[in-house]
Design a protein around this ligand. Structure first.
Ligand code: PGA
Length: 248
């Protein structure tokens, strides 16, 4: 079964997020082979979206969390609050957080805390354009994974997903070739196996659209997609979910 993660970033208000979540539920009616779906709304919309989704199989995720359990951290959200409002997963290490100065070491601490607290984690990795053109993308991603997943011991049934998101592909309309993604995914999978988390999913993210989703989702080494821009409109999000369900 393939996975579709919708990262709504800071694009929608609370009412819009709730309406979109309702639209997804409606769109799934009668669908066979529903893929794994994760919706990541803005923090203030998490509780309402979680309520709308109720007992459906759709997961709600935070877009980030603090690396400490509790403390004087103005403007941050803790793992406890995420769980309280109904999140069952969290996106960590997104490049838009890293641009604010987040390091692999901090992402590592967040991963440990989220997993210890029973959340599923979706961890973003990926190289900047200069690293790709220098032919050093795989070494770069290798370093990221090594730091982020050191000493990680998943609980039973806890899900870990790694989203390979080349920085230059996010929100740019540019995507790597399927060959480059498949090659990177194979390397990520073999590294995750050597880090003792062979069951981790490997997703692709960066300018995924209904037009290119089939190619990515159809590939056996790609377990799913992390979608930003195309996930905030019901039609394009449902098209991608339909494609995921067909190739599942
Ligand atoms: P995009 O965003 O689909 O708009 O490129 C993906 C992401 O940032 O995760």
């Amino acid at each position: 079964m393939k996975t579709v993660v919708a990262n709504w970033k800071m694009q929608l208000g609370v009412r819009e997020s709730v309406a979109l979540a309702r639209g997804v539920l409606r769109g799934l009616r009668g669908m066979q082979d529903v893929p794994n779906i994760v919706l990541a709304p803005t923090f203030p919309a998490l509780a309402d979206v979680a309520k709308v989704l109720g007992r459906s199989r759709i997961q709600v995720a935070g877009q980030d969390m603090h690396a400490e359990e509790v403390g004087a951290h103005t403007g941050s959200v803790s793992v406890r609050v995420l769980k309280e409002v109904g999140a069952r997963a969290v996106i960590l290490g997104h490049s838009e957080r890293r641009q604010q100065g987040e390091t692999d070491e901090q992402v590592h601490r967040k991963v440990l805390l989220a997993m210890q607290q029973g959340l599923d984690v979706i961890v973003a990795v990926g190289e900047p354009v200069g690293v790709r053109t220098a032919g050093e993308a795989s070494g770069y991603v290798h370093e990221q994974l090594q730091t982020i997943f050191a000493r990680v011991e998943p609980r039973k049934r806890q899900r870990i997903a790694v989203a390979y998101e080349p920085l230059w592909a996010i929100g740019s309309g540019k995507t790597p070739s399927i060959h480059d993604v498949a090659e990177m995914h194979a390397e990520i999978k073999s590294q995750l196996t050597s880090l003792d988390i062979p069951e981790a999913l490997v997703l692709y993210g960066g300018s995924v659209t209904p037009e290119n989703a089939f190619e990515f989702l159809h590939h056996p080494s790609i377990d799913g997609v992390l979608v930003g821009g195309a996930s905030v409109r019901i039609h394009s999000l449902m098209e991608i979910i339909h494609i995921a369900s067909e190739v599942s």
